[in-house]
Design a protein around this ligand. Structure first.
Ligand code: GLP
Length: 256
């Protein structure tokens, strides 16, 4: 299902509201969280909502999608740092209920296996939030990742290192490897919300729309899932066929 909004702000607010609704409906929820610049206004809005309308977060559990290998919690580009900066430092989720892949693990393979087991042990993800890479990756599942994958180490593609290079002093500093939740882990979430905003996501969103289920485009795995919402602003939706807008118009106000 597509939800298309005029502005990035509206799309982000809607996404934050989906998270909030899930938390309010089930204070014991397991949330799968994402990073990237797309998610910053989502977390900002979520914090605003929680300030206005406090909710008990002490029973919530979070699992982040991915982490760079070799960046510790103090590194400003590690996803652990990102999550604490943008969300966790401002919320009262107990530290032991916050889960991120450990990019500094000595036994990285063991840590990957333990991560997927922890998700399943917690009862699975109630809602998984996703962004998308310009090459269609979800988490850090790069093109041609097996759709039955569990948490694993991934060699980052040149495209991803180029895209994410904007956060680092220079491209050489962008890690070459990461740990990512696997596509199978993601597909087992009860509900998935993918958010994409801005012109730079327009081409991949059109590719995704037209694609069959194909490991060359990781996000196409979502077509196998029965409860996925794709949330877009007008720019990210701008290359989609009119038909998608027509179907979304009935749901959203003020589109096109
Ligand atoms: C990174 C993350 C993804 C994220 C993607 C998009 O590669 N691993 O989970 O979806 O970037 O990032 P942005 O929102 O900055 O475009």
């Amino acid at each position: 299902m597509y939800k298309i909004f005029n502005t990035t702000q509206e799309a982000s607010h809607y996404t934050a509201q989906r998270l909030l609704t899930r938390i309010q409906a089930n204070p014991h929820a397991n949330l799968g969280l994402a990073t990237g610049s797309t998610m910053e206004p989502v977390y900002h809005r979520l914090l605003e909502c929680l300030q206005r309308e406090p909710v008990d977060l002490s029973q919530l559990t979070t699992f982040n999608l991915d982490e760079y290998i070799g960046l510790d919690a103090e590194h400003a580009q590690s996803y652990r740092y990102y999550m604490h900066q943008h969300l966790f430092n401002k919320l009262s989720i107990p530290e032991d209920k916050i889960n991120l892949p450990d990019g500094m693990a000595m036994d990285v393979e063991g840590a990957c296996q333990a991560y997927s087991e922890a998700i399943r042990g917690a009862g699975g993800l109630d809602l998984q939030l996703l962004g998308i890479g310009s090459n269609g990756h979800i988490g850090f599942n790069e093109p041609h990742t097996c759709f039955s994958s569990r948490t694993h180490v991934i060699e980052l593609s040149e495209q991803t290192r180029l895209d994410n290079g904007r956060f680092f002093v220079n491209k050489k500093e962008v890690p070459t490897r990461a740990i990512t939740m696997g596509i199978q882990d993601i597909l087992e979430a009860k509900e998935i919300v993918l958010l994409a905003t801005g012109m730079k996501k327009a081409a991949i969103m059109a590719d995704l729309f037209h694609s069959t289920v194909d490991e060359a485009l990781p996000a196409s795995a979502l077509k196998q899932h029965s409860n996925v919402t794709i949330v877009l602003d007008c720019e990210a939706a701008s290359l989609l066929p009119q038909q998608v807008f027509n179907e979304a118009v009935g749901i959203m106000e003020g589109v096109r």
